[in-house]
Design a protein around this ligand. Sequence first.
Ligand SMILES: Cc1ncc(COP(=O)(O)O)c(C=O)c1O
Length: 442
Amino acid sequence: MDTQLREAAKEFMVRYGGDTFPSLFRSAKGCVVTDDTGREILDFTSGQMCATIGHNHPAIVQAVQEAGEKAYHMFSGMIPEVVARLAQTMARDWMPQGLSKSIFINTGSESNEVALRMAKMYTQGFEILAVGGSWHGVTGAASAASFASDRKGYGVHVPGVFVMPEPNMYRPYIQGMDGEASALACLEIGLKMYDMASTGRRSAIIIEPIISAGGVLVPPKSYMQALRKAADERGMLLIFDEAQTAFGRIGHRHAADFFGVTPDIMAVSKTMGGGLPLAAVSTTPEIEEDIHAKGFTFYTSHVSDPLPATVGLAVLRTIQQERLIERAQSMGAYLRRRLEELQSRYEAIGDVRGEGMLLGVELVKSRETREPYHALGAITTQRCYELGLSMNIRRRPERGSVWRIAPPLTATQGEIDRGVDMLDEALRRSIDEIARNRLVPA
Ligand SMILES: Cc1ncc(COP(=O)(O)O)c(C=O)c1O
């Protein structure tokens, strides 16, 4: 371990939010990350939810090598062969029927900037309707439409953004209703409020089909169908932000397949580049033609870059060759069974939810009151890390304390078992610790 380097990180780096670990990190392979002491940690967050095919998969390493022999980067007006191939592959094999035109950029935030600009130009409106708990990124329009992140301190957001209460099946906003009825009622009320406030210059409804950072909330299918109808009735486009749900994570090609609802614009990112910065936005030829005629521009230094595109093609090929969509279903079901088994032993696990290998575990002080158990979440996450398991917990007063559990789709059953055993041990220790110290649960 190089203590000077740890000090350098403290002295010379800007802190960019969220908690960071005390150690530095050296390498990552498959489902395991190694820190600067050589300690191996099981990664149940797939990095920042990107490494669905495992860290540094040989196919990615080879793709980077291949791009090194051909090109990493080109003038943005030169379309590299590999980018044309990726666009064709997306249209043929991956995107919902009709969304056959794609643009390739780098990050999830950027993909939502593209999607929102497309919608505004197509409709000639500017109003955006989003849902609570969403996270679409940190850049201008994307952050204005995000409600799971902190909005304070950065001045005026892009105007014209409206928010509706999110569908939450475990914590229905409307008391006395079940999850689905409450979700649909929230949508109806949210739309009424929006219609009252609208200037008429409507543009798009944007949603993460599974609200991930907001607590791994899976809406009922009826909600997504109603959302499609609401967009159509208002002449708005429907945008799916599938940063986390596309390309196998949830045991389907994407959430549009899972819900049986096709958006007008789909943004994909994290899960496409396998850890390299690649994102895309796909839409219909009709929308593309219209906005092109109106002068649509999203000309960046790294649009259509060949390096991430080469990697993206390798990621998509690997998902098919290793049958990772099927694996997300089978291994996801196994992981879920193991978590439900923990739930049967720990009163504090109020809910286990999610799809495929995108699972949420919510902690409560009492199953009856469903009061969030933030202290247990914080201590257990820390104990997990000490035991060798990296987990991500989201703690929001209004939406509870929820672990997002999303190992790489390539994780072995042994790795899943090891991770769940560590979580079991960490929970046991933390509950003991709280009882021993008579900590008042916060
Ligand atoms: C659903 C969703 N959309 C967009 C983003 C933003 O992506 P990026 O961090 O790559 O800009 C995220 C990131 O967490 C996300 O989860």
